[in-house]
Design a protein around this ligand. Structure first.
Ligand SMILES: Cc1ncc(C[n+]2csc(CCOP(=O)(O)OP(=O)(O)O)c2C)c(N)n1
Ligand SMILES: [Mg+2]
Length: 643
C-alpha cells in the first residue's frame, strides 16, 4: 500500500489479496537462497501476474535479498531495483520479466522442462528443482496459458505448481462480464492436479500447499479463492484496487482495520523474525544440498562432466570453421543447409536443444543424434512443442532463463506473428534464444498469401536487440549459426528459404570472418555505377542482375547483408568500405522495403514488396512481382538513370 502510495502509481490490490498465500509459500515451501540468488538447487518463483510486482519486492525484501526498504521507497522510479513490473536482470531474485499476461505462466513451464532435462541429462535427480508461481484471471484468460498448460500436462511435469489468484476481478470489472470457465475442469482436462482453497485462511493454505507439494505427480493448480485488496475496508473486492493507489485516507483505514500502526513502510518485528528464521532454515538446506551435490560429483565423474558442459560451457575455439565445413558450398535451400549445420552445432554446443511447433520435417531443425523429450523421458534434446507457437516462444524463454540449455525453436516465418510477444520479451531479457523461421518469402509459392511473409522480416528487425539473419548460401548459414549460438546478450532470428538457392562465388582471398560482420562486399566491379545490396535468396538474384547489367554496359558491385543490425554496428571505416558514400546503393529484398532507406537514403532505391502475395508457383510469382534477373536489372538501370 505504502510503496504504491509513494510512487502514486502501481497495483496494490493483487499484493494485498495474495499476501496470505505468498507468505505461506515463501515461509514454508519455496527453496531459495537470498545469499546466493543463483543457487543451482533453488525453486524458481514466477509471479506471472507481474502487475503485482510489489508483492514480489516485499517478499524479496523480507527474505533478505538486496532489496532494501529504501529500494521499496523507490518503487517505479528511474533506475530503481523495484521497477513497475518485475524485470529479469534488474533485481536479485526476479527469475523472469513479467507483465504481459500469460507469458510468466509459459516461462514457468519452460523452467520446469529445463529442470527435468538438466536432471535427466546429468543423471542427478537433485537438479530436478521445482517451479512455484502465482497466476491471475488475466493469465488464465490469455490463450498462451491454454497452450502452455496443455504442453505441461502432456509432459506430466511433476515439478510445477501454480496458485491461481481467483479474485474474480480484472480491470474492467467483475469477471462475470468476461470469464465463466470452470477452471478446475479445464485444468483437469489438461491432465493437471487441481486443489481449491480459501486464500485467506492460513491453516487451510498450509494444509493445501503441504498436501499438493507433498504429492506433486503432475502439474498442479491450486485455485485460491481470494479477495483483491484484502483488508481495505473501502476497496476490497473492487476493480478500483487493481491498478491505482488506494489513497491516503483508505490506507489509513486499512491499517486501522489490519491492526497496523499508521506509519509508512512499517514492518512488524514478528514478521522480521519469521523471515529471519526461514533464512536460517534455507541456508542450512542450501549447505546440505551443496554437500550432497559435491558427493554426487565425486561419485559420478561422467555426470559431473556433463553437468560442467551445460553450466560451465565455453564454445570451442573456431566455431565458424567447423560450421563452414558442415554447411559445405553446394546449392540447396537454406533450410536444408541449416539442417546440416545444426547437426554439427549440436555436437559443438551440448547446451543446444532444438524444437519445433509441429514443422520440424519442413524446418529441418531436429537434432538427429538424440531423442525426443516426452513425459518421463527428458534425456533427449528435441522438443515437440506441438502447434503452439506462442507457448513455444515463452517456453524457450523459460528454458533460457533456467540457465542449463540454449533453446532453438522453429516454425514458418509467417507464423512468427503467433509468438511475437515472446520474442520481444527474449529481447528485453537479453536471452540467447535462437528462432529459426523458414519459408521466408513469397517464394513459398502455391500455399498463397496466408503463408507468404511480406512484412515479417522488416517487422522483426524493428524489435530492439533482436538480430535478424537472412543467410544467402551455405557459408552464410554457417556464419549465422556461429553468430546466434555465441551471442550472449539477446535473441537471434534466422530467416531461411524453402526453395533452393545457388552457391555464391566469392573472390579468392575472401576473408570468411567478414561473414560475421553483418554485411560484406561479395562482388566488386571496377568503375561501378552503384552497389546492389541484398539479403538471403535475393543475393543470388542480385548477382544474376549484375551480370545482365554488365552485358548492357553498366557495372554494379554486389553487397550481401545477412544481418542489418550487426552491419550497422560495424565501425564507420568498414561500413564505408562496403558501401562507399557517393556511390548509389540500391537494396533488394522480397519484403517491406522501408527499413532499407537507412542504407539507400531513399525509398526510390529499394526493390521490395508492399502488397500481399498470391497462390501460384514460385516462378510465376517471381515474374509477377518483378523478382527475375531481367526485371531487377531493368529497374536498377532506371534507378541509376534517375539520379
Ligand atoms: C497481455 C496483456 N494484456 C493486457 C494487460 C493489461 N492488464 C494488466 S492487469 C490486467 C487484468 C487484471 O486482472 P487480473 O489478471 O485478474 O489481475 P487482478 O486485477 O486480479 O490483480 C490487464 C488487462 C497486460 N498486462 N497484459
Ligand atoms: Mg483477478
Amino acid at each position: 500500500m505504502d510503496a504504491v502510495e509513494k510512487a502514486n502509481s502501481g497495483h496494490p490490490g493483487m499484493p494485498m489479496g495474495m499476501a496470505d498465500v505468498a507468505a505461506v509459500l515463501w515461509l514454508e515451501h519455496l527453496r531459495h537462497s537470498p545469499k546466493d540468488p543463483h543457487w543451482l538447487g533453488r525453486d524458481r518463483f514466477v509471479l506471472s501476474a507481474g502487475h503485482g510486482s510489489m508483492l514480489l519486492y516485499a517478499l524479496l525484501h523480507l527474505s533478505g535479498y538486496r532489496v532494501s526498504l529504501d529500494d521499496l521507497k523507490q518503487f517505479r522510479q528511474w533506475h530503481s531495483r523495484t521497477p513497475g513490473h518485475p524485470e529479469f536482470g534488474e533485481t536479485d531474485g526476479v527469475e523472469t520479466t513479467t507483465g504481459p499476461l500469460g507469458q510468466g505462466f509459459a516461462n514457468g513451464v519452460g523452467m520446469a522442462i529445463a529442470a527435468q532435462m538438466e536432471a535427466a541429462h546429468t543423471g542427478c535427480s537433485m537438479l530436478k528443482t521445482r517451479v512455484l508461481g502465482i497466476v491471475s484471471d488475466g493469465d488464465l484468460m490469455e490463450g498462451i496459458s491454454a497452450e502452455a498448460a496443455s504442453l505441461a500436462g502432456h509432459l506430466q511435469l511433476d515439478n510445477l505448481l501454480y496458485v491461481y489468484d481467483d479474485n474474480r476481478i480484472t480491470i474492467d470489472g467483475k469477471t462475470d462480464i468476461t470469464f465463466s470457465d470452470d477452471v478446475a475442469v479445464r485444468f483437469r482436462g489438461h491432465h493437471w492436479d487441481v486443489y481449491q482453497m480459501n486464500a485467506h485462511d492460513v491453516a487451510e493454505i498450509e494444509r493445501t500447499l503441504t498436501q499438493a507439494l507433498g504429492n506433486l505427480r503432475r502439474p498442479t493448480l491450486v485455485i485460491a479463492r481470494s479477495h483483491i485488496a484484502k483488508g481495505s475496508p473501502g476497496k476490497q473486492d473492487s476493480p478500483e484496487a487493481h491498478g491505482a493507489p488506494l489513497g491516503a485516507e483508505e490506507v489509513r483505514r486499512a491499517k486501522q482495520a489490519l491492526g497496523l500502526p499508521d506509519e509508512p513502510f512499517y514492518v512488524p518485528e514478528a514478521v522480521r523474525e519469521l523471515f529471519a528464521k526461514r533464512a536460517q532454515v534455507l541456508e542450512a538446506e542450501r549447505a546440505r544440498f551443496e554437500e550432497r551435490f559435491e558427493a554426487w560429483r565425486t561419485h559420478h565423474p561422467e555426470g559431473a562432466k556433463k553437468h560442467a558442459a551445460l553450466r560451465a560451457f565455453t564454445p570451442p575455439a573456431d566455431v565458424l570453421t567447423e560450421l563452414l565445413a558442415a554447411a559445405g558450398t553446394e546449392a540447396a535451400a537454406t533450410r536444408v543447409l541449416s539442417g546440416k549445420v545444426i547437426q554439427k552445432a549440436a555436437a559443438l554446443f551440448p547446451r543446444l536443444v532444438s524444437g519445433s511447433a509441429d514443422l520440424a520435417s519442413s524446418t529441418k531443425t531436429d537434432i538427429k543424434a538424440t531423442t525426443s523429450v516426452q513425459a518421463g523421458m527428458f534425456s533427449g534434446r528435441n522438443l515437440h512443442f506441438g502447434v503452439r507457437e506462442h507457448a513455444m516462444g515463452a517456453v524457450m524463454n523459460g528454458i533460457a532463463l533456467h540457465g542449463a540449455f540454449q533453446p532453438l525453436g522453429s516454425t514458418f516465418l509467417v507464423f512468427s506473428d503467433y509468438m511475437r510477444p515472446a520474442i520481444r520479451l527474449a529481447a528485453i531479457m537479453k536471452l540467447p534464444c535462437v528462432f529459426v523461421f523458414t519459408h521466408d518469402s513469397l517464394m513459398v509459392g502455391e500455399d498463397g498469401p496466408t503463408h507468404q511473409p511480406i512484412e515479417h522480416v522488416a517487422s522483426l528487425r524493428l524489435i530492439p536487440n533482436v538480430h535478424v539473419l537472412r543467410p544467402a548460401d551455405g557459408p552464410e548459414v554457417a556464419a549465422a549459426y556461429a553468430h546466434a549460438l555465441q551471442r550472449t546478450d539477446g535473441p537471434s532470428i534466422l530467416c531461411l528459404t524453402r526453395q533452393n538457392v545457388p552457391a555464391l562465388e566469392r573472390a579468392p582471398g575472401f576473408d570468411v570472418r567478414d561473414l560475421l560482420r553483418g554485411g560484406y562486399l561479395l562482388q566488386d566491379a571496377p568503375g561501378a555505377a552503384g552497389t546492389l545490396v541484398a539479403t538471403g535468396s535475393e543475393v543470388s538474384l542480385a548477382v544474376a542482375a549484375a551480370r545482365l547489367l554488365q552485358e548492357r554496359g553498366t557495372t554494379v558491385r554486389v553487397v550481401s547483408v545477412p544481418c542489418l543490425e550487426v552491419f550497422l554496428a560495424q565501425d564507420e571505416e568498414y561500413r564505408r568500405a562496403v558501401l562507399p558514400p557517393g556511390l548509389p546503393a540500391i537494396a533488394l529484398e522480397m519484403g517491406r522495403p522501408e527499413i532499407w532507406c537507412s542504407l539507400t537514403g531513399s525509398l526510390e532505391r529499394v526493390i521490395g514488396v508492399t502488397r500481399f502475395g498470391a497462390s501460384a508457383p514460385a516462378g510465376v510469382l517471381a515474374e509477377k512481382y518483378g523478382f527475375t534477373p531481367a526485371a531487377v536489372a531493368e529497374r536498377v538501370q532506371q534507378m541509376l538513370a534517375a539520379r
